[in-house]
Design a protein around this ligand. Structure first.
Ligand SMILES: Nc1ccn([C@@H]2O[C@H](COP(=O)(O)OP(=O)(O)OP(=O)(O)O)[C@@H](O)[C@H]2O)c(=O)n1
Ligand SMILES: C[C@](O)(CO)[C@H](O)COP(=O)(O)O
Length: 221
C-alpha cells in the first residue's frame, strides 16, 4: 500500500498571519485543500495521512464544512518541529506495511502529477527519492566575517517535496533522536546511510513561506 503524509503542523511564523498559512485562501480555497486535491488527482487509492496542529483540528473541520470539502484521510497531531510532525504521521502506518510513503509539505500546493508519479515509481526500486530544481541565479557563500565567495552553482540543487521512500526504510530512519540539521526527510534517511536518488522537480512547486509566495501562488493556482 502507498501512503502520503502531508505535514501541515507548522505555525507559519515567517508568513506572519493570524491563522497558519496552510489555511489561507488561494483562489477561493485554503492552500491545504489544493494540496490534498493534487494527491487525489494522482491516485484514488493512495492513503492520505494529514498532520495538523492539535489546536487547529476543529478549525480545519469547520473549513471542510464551509467549503464542502470531502476527502478520506487519517489525521495525526502536529509536533514541535517538522521532524516530530513527520514522525507522528509515520506512526499511523502499520509496522509491517510495505510499499512507498511520500512526505509532502502541506504548503506546497503545486507538485505536478508527473513529478508525484515519478517520485513514487522511482522509489519502488531506489528506496529514497527527492525532487530537485537547478539553482537559476548566481550563488555565494558567506564566511564567518561576512566575506562572500561565489560558488559553482552547478554543484547545488533546490530541494522540494514529495520525498518518497520505502516505508520500512523511512520508519527506521525516524527512530533516531531529533537533530537540528534534519530539515527534510532525505537528511534523516541520509544519516542512516541511504543517499537519495534525485529526480527533476517542477518549478511551480513552491513552498508558501512568506506573503510574497502567497501572491505567486494566487497566480499559479
Ligand atoms: N512543527 C511543524 C513545523 C512545520 N510543519 C510543516 O512543514 C512544512 C514546511 O515547513 P515551513 O514552511 O517551515 O512551515 P512553518 O513551520 O509553518 O513556517 P515557519 O518556519 O515560518 O514558522 C509546512 O507544511 C508545515 O506546516 C509541521 O508539520 N510541523
Ligand atoms: C522540506 C523542505 O520543504 C525541503 O525544501 C524544507 O526544508 C522545509 O522548510 P523549512 O523552512 O526548513 O521547514
Amino acid at each position: 500500500m502507498d501512503y502520503v503524509v502531508i505535514v501541515a503542523g507548522g505555525k507559519g511564523l515567517r508568513m506572519g498571519s493570524d491563522i497558519p498559512k496552510q489555511f489561507l485562501p488561494v483562489n477561493g480555497f485554503p492552500v491545504l485543500m489544493h494540496t490534498i486535491k493534487r494527491f487525489k488527482e494522482y491516485s484514488t487509492t493512495l492513503k492520505i495521512i494529514l498532520v495538523l496542529p492539535k489546536e487547529q483540528q476543529e478549525y480545519w473541520h469547520e473549513l471542510c464544512k464551509k467549503y464542502h470539502f470531502a476527502a478520506e484521510y487519517q489525521i495525526a497531531d502536529g509536533g514541535e518541529t517538522r521532524f516530530h510532525s513527520v514522525r507522528n504521521g509515520l506512526a499511523c502506518i502499520p509496522d509491517d506495511e510495505t510499499g512507498v510513503v511520500g512526505i509532502h509539505d502541506g504548503v506546497r500546493p503545486f507538485p505536478s502529477i508527473e513529478v508525484i508519479s515519478n517520485c513514487y515509481e522511482t522509489a519502488r526500486t531506489r528506496k529514497a527519492v527527492v525532487p530537485v530544481t537547478p539553482v537559476v541565479e548566481t550563488l555565494i557563500h558567506l564566511n564567518a566575517d561576512n566575506k562572500s565567495t561565489t560558488v559553482p552553482r552547478q554543484e547545488y540543487r533546490l530541494v522540494q517535496t514529495p520525498q518518497t521512500f520505502d516505508i520500512q526504510l523511512l520508519k527506521e530512519a525516524y527512530k533516531q533522536p531529533y537533530r537540528e540539521d534534519f530539515t527534510d526527510d532525505a537528511s534523516v534517511a541520509e544519516s542512516i546511510g541511504q543517499s537519495p536518488t534525485l529526480i527533476e522537480g517542477n518549478r511551480e512547486n513552491i513552498k508558501i513561506t512568506t506573503p510574497f509566495d502567497l501572491l505567486i501562488a494566487r497566480v499559479l493556482a
